[in-house]
Design a binder for this molecule. Structure first.
Ligand code: FAD
Ligand code: UDP
Length: 367
């Protein structure tokens, strides 16, 4: 007896978009969620009139107009532009690396002066084929920026020395010779007014949703309830870790309500000194220009992950990529189970990547 066309494991963005697109076309969906709320890691919760990003700051950004229009059907977005501040010891800099950063670091004014200094530093430490993050970072920005703004933050974030980390991690950071503090190069950016949770609520409107329900507690029963399964949990868990667990990086969030209007004057402040135990402090009200006599901050402590902890960042190094490949081979043989999302695909996907990936899957599925 197949009660539903689809059983969807996980109510994060991937699961919710799948549910929305399928129910829109008349298919029936049951969504299982092991947490006590929907939304996965983009879940926001209102506290003291402020939408708190419960699992870390989420800024929507994309250059794809189609995706921007797609997400805007579920919410109106504000015009927030992410411009983090970096604090290193008692020095304060703008991010990403741009003329504001360089003028403060080197006491210069023009792009040519900045380029001369950075090019000189890059030459001094240049490595032909960068093999790790340290070599890659120095090739990109030279010694001074590496030491003050990259090394400590990255080693805290990943719990490994920069010499042991793959270079692709650092390719995400823009370097600009203009006075432009926009962290992203994307054409469209913002925060949904009212937070992310109402978006997911709308997507799940026509589905049956069971919270506090772990798929693995009754795997055979749930498998038998759907003609097809869309699984967005960790792929290794689905196969009972038969090749061993994939590695993740976890984060501990310490959230406090403060009896003051404005704590740090910016939504995101990164602490790039290794000796400060947290990587960054988020002050949630600045994402949405909220007016409140109180403020809410979250300190992010990057931490070692062990089985049972929330998996946040997949560690896409060679060892884990090889291991994922083995699980992926098993997954490719499945006829009625589809693996999607950041955990199902073991890939660091931003929200816009998740939407694209889910829409592509649904297109194939319903054609
Ligand atoms: P998830 O949100 O992880 O959803 C998976 C769901 O499955 C979860 O709700 C989980 O509880 C559920 N689940 C797992 N196993 C089971 C089970 N056995 N039974 C039932 N349910 C199960 N992206 C951006 O675009 N911009 C940002 O600024 C940004 N910042 C981020 C900051 C942090 C700290 C992190 C960790 C991520 C950030 N991201 C950001 C990425 C963004 O969170 C993801 O793209 C998105 O949330 C992925 O959605 P998903 O559905 O694939 O996964
Ligand atoms: N990074 C850094 N200094 C910073 C911010 C980021 O060196 O102040 C590096 C770090 O290695 C991090 C990577 O850039 O893992 C990507 O950072 P981003 O902010 O894009 O990642 P997020 O953690 O928000 O996904």
């Amino acid at each position: 007896m197949k009660k539903y066309d689809y059983v969807i494991v996980g109510s994060g963005l991937y699961g919710a978009i799948s549910a929305y697109e399928l129910t829109k076309r008349g298919y029936t969906c049951l969504v299982l969620e092991k947490r006590n709320h929907i939304g996965g890691n983009i879940y926001t919760e209102k506290l003291e009139g402020i939408n708190v990003h419960k699992y870390g700051a989420h800024i929507f950004h994309t250059s794809d107009k189609e995706l921007w229009d797609y997400i805007n059907q579920f919410a109106e977005f504000n015009n927030y532009i992410n411009s983090p501040i970096a604090i290193y010891k008692d020095e304060l800099y703008n991010l990403p690396f741009n003329m504001n950063t360089f003028s403060k670091l080197f006491n210069i004014k023009t792009p040519q002066e900045a380029k001369d200094i950075i090019e000189k530093e890059k030459k001094e430490s240049y490595v032909e084929n960068p093999k790790n993050l340290e070599e890659q970072a120095k090739n990109l920005v030279g010694q001074t920026i590496y030491e003050k703004l990259i090394k400590g933050y990255t080693e805290k974030q990943w719990g490994k020395k920069c010499e042991e980390l793959p270079s692709f991690i650092i390719k995400r950071l823009p370097v600009r010779f203009t006075y432009d503090n926009n962290y992203f190069n994307d054409r469209y950016q913002g925060i949904p007014i009212g937070g992310y949770t109402p978006i997911i609520e709308k997507m799940l409107e026509k589905s049956d949703v069971l919270l506090n329900t772990d798929f693995f507690e009754n795997k055979e029963k749930y498998l038998s309830m759907g003609k097809k399964i869309i699984y967005t949990g960790p792929i290794d868990a689905y196969y009972d870790y038969c090749f061993g667990p994939l590695e993740y990086r976890s984060v501990r969030f310490e959230t406090e309500v403060l009896n003051m209007e404005n704590y740090q004057g910016n939504a995101v402040v990164n602490y790039t000194d290794y000796n400060v135990p947290y990587t960054r402090i988020i002050e949630h009200k600045h994402f949405e220009y909220a007016v409140s006599p109180k403020t809410i901050i979250s300190k992010e402590y990057s931490s070692k992950w062990k089985l049972g902890d929330e998996p946040y960042y997949p560690v896409n190094d060679e060892k884990n990529s090889d291991l994922y490949q083995k699980y992926q081979e098993l997954a490719s043989k499945e006829t009625n189970v589809h693996f999607g999302g950041r955990l199902g695909q073991y890939k660091y996907l931003d929200m816009h990547n998740v939407i694209r990936s889910a829409l592509d899957f649904i297109k194939k599925e319903v054609e």
